[in-house]
Design a protein around this ligand. Structure first.
Ligand code: PGA
Length: 253
């Protein structure tokens, strides 16, 4: 059985004191989610990771939004895996469309980072998703399959099983235009079949999230789809009351 997962992507929001306030406010809702077999977490900016890790309940996943694949060295502005591990961070989001668009992050680069994380027994959350142009041309599946094959290239099935996939159509991120449940379900079902071609039966154990304008009032419809195992949520994850609303919505389906 794949455990349901709700992950908040805070992007470049919240100062350390704001992030700490959320962490302190999250105790009851994390306990509530865990009691209902939902895994929950947030991905704060690098400077907020330590304070969130220290102040959130231990069951709350705290994820970074990126990492460098090298352990140390002359990589100005970068953060390494040993740095994250020392403060207890073992989940990392990779390949988010904003990093692909503004920071030139490629699927090949993500592949190197995923391998480095897996070698350190950490959990990568690998994002994929198409632009509006690709969607309108009807080329979503071809595009997303390429992102998946390249990002997860050379992994063994046992390694692939540790990776969480997030499908986030770019045209639905932060736009308020969420993909319909049918579109999300169709693409995510396709992603699982693509994973099965590469990795065999473990594809059935891999978690695939939907992301893109997920809100407390629409999350239940995504969760009712067989292949959708949870959500990666930006805007609606910033406020504790809204985060609680997302958990409630997940339980409604
Ligand atoms: P959104 O962002 O929920 O604000 O659309 C989702 C994401 O980018 O992960």
């Amino acid at each position: 059985m794949r455990q349901k997962l709700l992950l908040g992507n805070w992007k470049m929001n919240k100062t350390p004191s704001e992030a700490k306030a959320f962490a302190l406010a999250s105790k009851d809702m994390v306990e509530y989610a865990v009691a209902h077999h939902i895994q929950v977490g947030v991905a704060p900016s690098f400077v907020c990771l330590a304070t969130v890790k220290e102040n959130a309940p231990k069951d709350c996943i705290v994820a970074a939004q990126n990492v460098n694949e090298h352990d140390h060295g002359a990589y100005t502005g970068e953060v390494s895996i040993p740095m994250l591990k020392e403060i207890g961070i073992d989940w990392v989001i990779l390949g988010h469309s904003e990093r692909r668009a503004y920071n030139g992050e490629t699927s090949e680069a993500c592949n190197a980072k995923i391998k480095a994380l897996l070698a350190n027994h950490m959990t990568p959350v690998y994002c994929c998703g198409e632009s509006l142009d690709v969607f309108e041309k009807g080329e979503t599946k071809k595009f997303v399959a390429e992102q998946i094959r390249t990002g997860l290239a050379d992994l063994t099935p046992e390694e692939a099983k540790q990776v969480v996939i997030a499908y986030e159509p770019i045209w639905a991120i932060g736009t308020g235009k969420s993909a319909s449940k049918e579109i999300a379900e169709d693409t995510i079902g396709f992603i699982r079949r693509t994973l099965r071609e590469s990795f065999g039966a473990v594809a059935m154990d891999m978690r695939i999230l939907y992301g893109g304008s997920v809100k407390p009032n629409n999350i239940a419809s995504y969760m009712s789809a067989e292949d959708i195992d949870g959500a990666l949520v930006g805007g609606a994850s910033l406020d504790p009351a809204s985060f609680q609303g997302l958990i409630d919505g997940m339980l409604q389906k």
